[in-house]
Design a protein around this ligand. Sequence first.
Ligand SMILES: [Mg+2]
Length: 232
Amino acid sequence: MFLDKFYPKKYVRSIYSINLKKFYKQGYRGILFDIDNTLVPHGAAANDKAVNFFKKLRKIGFKVCLISNNKEERVRPFADAVEAPYICDARKPSTKNYIEAMNIIGTDIEETIFVGDQVFTDVFGANRANMYTILVKQINPKEEIQIVLKRYLERIVLYFYVRRDRKELRKANKKYNKKRMLSLGIKKKLHIGKDASKKNIQDKGAESVECMEGVENINSVENKEIQNENNV
Ligand SMILES: [Mg+2]
């Protein structure tokens, strides 16, 4: 579908809900970050939380680089505070500076993640550069008028994205339930998994997409319930 190039691989509520260690274990070594409304509200200085977040990234072993369409006077002080290299005036969604950022930190496309808050600049550019893309919900909903207009279009893209992921989640749960029940020798349909996934599916926006990652959580709830049912 033509909208695929705007779809992130993952859509999360904030940078703090990204399972960093899991990505490191999977072989990712570099993360590129947009700044405004991804790490802090638009134009805001780096707060303690952001500074600690970058310390944590480095402690895990990630190489990081900031890549922003904003000007040097905005980007440099932020980069200094979090002690990260940066590219300003990056002209995202042009792929040139995504590649340049990877050169700076010395990682390949297959091991680099991009994190940003805008579909048509951040995600589109990173997808074109063939990187793993994570979209975060923008921190501050009050934005400049030109961004507000873009957000309306983003909502349309995200509507289709969320719908696709809900379908995949249902499919994944259905498959898991069937397999699990068969392995436990349960022939009767329990509806437990169905209810658990329904509850998650009812969550909207980022939350509902996050439950793709939460398939395991749903399943662990379901596991417990199936086990209890089995013990009766
Ligand atoms: Mg941004």
